[in-house]
Unconditional design. Structure first.
Length: 327
C-alpha cells in the first residue's frame, strides 16, 4: 500500500459512491478528469459533480480525478498538451480564467491550444462573510469601502487580476468605488480562500456560488449577494446585486477541454456523454445542489462564446487597469 501511495502521490481521488472505487488514477477509469487547481474550488467541484453524475446515471462505469495546481492553471494545460491522448481519456475542466490569464499573459497558452469540447454549466459570483461578521448586508460592505477601501480585505481563490478579483472589482465599481483600490488577498484555490475567511484572515470572500453554498450550508458563513441578473430559482432568498440597486451581473461558464488534435470520433463521444448527462435526474440533483444553470454548448458554439468573452473581458480589464494595450 505504501508503494502504491508513493507511486501515485500526485493524484487526488474521491470515492463518489460504492460503484466508484479507484485502484489507480487510470486503471478502470473510463474518464479521467484533470483539475487545474487544488481541492475545494469551483473547478474541483465541477469536475467531481460531473463525474458523480456520469457514474450514478450509468453513462460511465468509473471516473477518476487529478488535482494539478501551479502556474495559474498553466501547469495542467501544459500537461494536457504534452500528454495528448497517450494516457487515455482525459478531460480538463476550466472556466473564465483560461481566457483571463491568457489576456494578462499569466499563462503562455489559451483555449486555442486545446480542443474545446463543451461548456457544461454557468455559475455566478458570490460574496460571503463569516456568521459573526459585522457586515450584515452588501450595503454594509459598500459603506465600509467608501469610508476606507483598505479596511476590507477580500479573499479570492486565485491571483490578482483573476476572475475572483475581477468580479469583486466590478461589484464595487458598480457602487461607485474605484475597483483598482480593492484590497484583494489571493489564495491558491477556493478551498484555501474559504479557510482564510473562516480563520478571520480576511473580511469577505469573492467566489463562485457553488463554493459559497458549501460554506454557507455548513453554518459557518452567510452569502450577502450574488451576481445573477435575476433571483435564483433554487435560492430565491439570496439577494442579487441588481436587486440591491447595483448595475452589475456576471456569469462564469465552466466546461471541458481535451488534448489538441483530438480525433473527431473521440470528440463526438465526449460531447454525446456530456449532452446525455444533462437530461438525467442524477445530474439534476448535482446541479440544484450547487445552484448551477445548465449551459451546454458543443465545440463550435463553445468556441464562439469564448471569442466573444475574450473581446468583452479585454475591455473590462483595460478599464480596471489589469492589462494595458500597447499603442
Amino acid at each position: 500500500m505504501n508503494l502504491l501511495k508513493k507511486s501515485f502521490k500526485s493524484f487526488k481521488t474521491t470515492v463518489l459512491a460504492a460503484s466508484l472505487v479507484l485502484s489507480s488514477p487510470f486503471a478502470m477509469a473510463d474518464i479521467h478528469f484533470l483539475v487545474p487547481g487544488g481541492p475545494g474550488g469551483g473547478w474541483d467541484t465541477t469536475a467531481r459533480g460531473v463525474g458523480e453524475g456520469l457514474v450514478k446515471s450509468g453513462i460511465e462505469d468509473n471516473a477518476s480525478f487529478q488535482n494539478m495546481s501551479g502556474g495559474g492553471g498553466g501547469r495542467a494545460i501544459a500537461y494536457l498538451i504534452e500528454s495528448g491522448t497517450k494516457k487515455g481519456d482525459i478531460l480538463m475542466v476550466n472556466s473564465t480564467p483560461i481566457v483571463l490569464r491568457a489576456l494578462t499573459g499569466k499563462i503562455p497558452y489559451s483555449y486555442r491550444d486545446l480542443t474545446p469540447v463543451a461548456s457544461m454549466i454557468a455559475d455566478y459570483g458570490a460574496f460571503v462573510v463569516r456568521n459573526d461578521s459585522p457586515f450584515k448586508t452588501w450595503q454594509d460592505v459598500v459603506a465600509a469601502m467608501k469610508e476606507d477601501p483598505s479596511s476590507v480585505k477580500v479573499a479570492g481563490g486565485s491571483a490578482r487580476g483573476s476572475m475572483d478579483h475581477l468580479v469583486a472589482a466590478q461589484a464595487v465599481k458598480a457602487a461607485g468605488i474605484d475597483g483598482r483600490r480593492l484590497r484583494y488577498i489571493p489564495y491558491d484555490a477556493g478551498g484555501k480562500a474559504k479557510a482564510g475567511l473562516l480563520s478571520g484572515e480576511v473580511n469577505l470572500l469573492s467566489t463562485g456560488l457553488s463554493e459559497a453554498l458549501e460554506v454557507a450550508n455548513g453554518g459557518q458563513a452567510r452569502i450577502l449577494a450574488v451576481t445573477s441578473g435575476d433571483a435564483l430559482p433554487d435560492y430565491p432568498e439570496i439577494p442579487t446585486l441588481k436587486s440591491l440597486g447595483y448595475d452589475m451581473e456576471f456569469i462564469n461558464w465552466r466546461g471541458f477541454f481535451a488534448a489538441p488534435n483530438l480525433p473527431a470520433d473521440k470528440l463526438a463521444e465526449y460531447t454525446e456523454k456530456l449532452r446525455k448527462l444533462q437530461t438525467t435526474p442524477e445530474w439534476e440533483v448535482v446541479r440544484a445542489r450547487n445552484g448551477w444553470l445548465n449551459l451546454f454548448q458543443e465545440k463550435d458554439q463553445f468556441i464562439k462564446s469564448l471569442e466573444q468573452q475574450e473581446a468583452q473581458l479585454k475591455v473590462v480589464m483595460e478599464e480596471l487597469g489589469f492589462i494595458r494595450t500597447l499603442r
